[in-house]
Structures are given as structure tokens and as C-alpha cells.
Design a protein around this ligand. Sequence first.
Ligand code: DAH
Length: 378
Amino acid sequence: MSAPNKSYDPVEVEALKPENIERMRDEALAAFDAAADLDALAQAKTAHAGGTSPLSLANREIGALPPQAKAEAGKRVGMARGQVNKALAARQAVLEAERDERVLVEEAVDVTLPYDRVPSGARHPLTTMMERVADVFVGMGYEIAEGPEAEAEWFNFDALNFTPDHPARQMQDTFFVRGEGQEPGSREDESGIVLRTHTSPVQARTLLDREPPVYVVCPGRVYRTDELDATHTPVFHQIELLAVDEGLTMADLKGTLDHMVQALFGPDMKTRLRPNFFPFTEPSAEMDMVCYVCRGASVGNPERPCRTCGSEGWIELGGCGMVNPKVLVACGVDPEKYSGFAFGFGIERMLMFRHNVEDMRDMVEGDIRFTRPFGMEI
Ligand code: DAH
């Protein structure tokens, strides 16, 4: 009897045939070559070198072969897998290098670009104007006082001596927030709420709050039911002044106004007073200042007309007067001992003639082409 023929191999597994292993290897190499980017390569890797790839599946068949066939198939598959892994690593390196190069170009930072040319923010010219006016008085020892914009009707009208049937209650074109039609003249805590039509209610609040002597300025936003057009806006700004002390007279008011226009418009400026009526001042006056553009030179001089003052020589600024004793009484101040003066005017108007702004809408639209020429002062 002859010895058993160990090289005899009766089993032939289809997947392990040399031509099949070669085909699997070639397909893998072709797929790696075709992968245009790292994502595509990752997919090709799963398909051709992953745990369920044809070569891995073929590899699993080897264990079932008899020894001789096992060695040959193992060598064949091992070599093929080695080539596949090498090709994969090579393609991976090429694609990574390509990606790195691209990223360097795409994400390049131009360090020569200016980094500090972002314009910084700036306050609105109305705010700057209002603070400029307030500063004049703070410099004289006045304090800033504030009040709510949704104001009790009592403060906005009653405390200021607007009688219940006073036409000014309608004239002021008030926004009623609560209690429209409520009995005018009712006490503070039971009166309706309005959007304040002027900053004068802060006068009453301040007098109720502090003991004289009182020297305050009250800048703030006020509301009237006007349509927005070139000369009106339903929301605008006023600044109010109130001084209550012993022995104050109209001369103090006049001197204070002159000082203000000189501080704001130049040393040779002055004001004039014209009789007027306000319920909360007695006597009351309209205050004008010399036209700061023509300084009066346009008056009676057709050769040199002035657009700012309409050749009047004067610009109307606002209202003023001596605090009406009735207001002092309503706020618990003894009118026998104290007297006071007050004035109030619109900031928008002042900005308009100080800077030749012709359309009020420019002030509310928030277009930086309007605000920029006022400078970036913060
Ligand atoms: N509050 C008035 C208005 O809005 C302006 C005013 C007039 C204020 C006379 C005053 C004053 O303080 O004394 O029309």
C-alpha cells in the first residue's frame, strides 16, 4: 500500500481560484484609483477592504481547505490583500495631500487686510444735541430729572393748571393710553394715563419729590398724534428746565436763556421774550434767539435773504415763564416764599436749524448716511 498522498487536494473553492483572487484585487485597485476624494475612498475601502469585502469573505474559506491547498490559497489571498492595503494607503496619502493643499488655499487668511476699519457705533445726533444742552446746565449746577413717558393725566395736565375744559387738552392732540374720557381733574392716583405730550409734568414730579431750592433739567421723549411729515413727528424730544428758589425773577430766566444760547451757538448770541400764554407759567413768554446764521443781517436786506430765519432775524425756540403759583400750590410749595422760572423747547427743531436739516423724517429713519456727517462722537 502506498502512503497517503498529502498533496492530493480534492476540494476546490470557487472564490479562492487564482483568477478570482486576482480579479478581486484588480477591482479593488481600480476602485481606489477612481476615488476622487477621501469620502469616495472611504466607501471604496469598505467595499473592497472591509470585513464583508470579497477578499475578506474569500479569506474565510481558507480554513476549510486541506493543508496543501490551505497554504497556497493563504499565500495568494494574503498577497492580494497586502497589495490592496498598500494601494489603499497610497491613494489615501495622495488624496490627503490634495485636500491639505486645497484647504491652505481656500482658507488662507490675508494678514495684510486692515483689521481696524470697522466703523465704531455712534449716538444719534438728537441724543448728542440733547446731552449738549443738558451739559450746559449741569455745568451750572443743575441736576437731571426724569419722568415716565406713559404719564398720569394729572401730572401732564391737572398739576400744571390745565383746567378740565382747557382747550389745550385737545390742542395737545394727546395719545390716551388708559381711561380716555375719564373725568378730567380727578386726583393723580385715579386719573387716566396718557403718553406725555411735553416734558413739563417732570416739573410737578420734581416739586413733589424735593424741597426747594430746585434746579433741574428734564430731557426726554414726548408724544403727540401728529402724522410724520417734513415738519412733524408723533414722537419727538424736548428739554425742560425748572428753577424754584427764593427770590427768583424774570431777570434770572432771561440771563439763563442768554447763557444757554451763548454756550450752544456762540458768545454774541442773545434771546428775546414775547408775551404768550401757558397755563403753568405766569407771566408766560415765547423765547426767540438771534438767527445764528445771518445774525440779523438779513432783516430788511433783500440782497442777503436768510433761509434759516426767513429773514426775520430771530428763531423761535420754545416757551418759558415764571412758574404759576397755582402749580407751586398743587405741588406743595409755598408761593409766598418761593418763586420759579421754567422753559421748554423741542430738540428736533433745534437740530433742524442748527444743522440745516430740512426734513424731520431724516431724524427718525435711522439711515446712517444722515447721522454720519454729525461725526462718530460716542
Ligand atoms: N410744555 C410746553 C409745550 O410743550 C413748553 C413750555 C412752555 C415749557 C413754557 C415750559 C414753559 O417749561 O415754561 O408746548
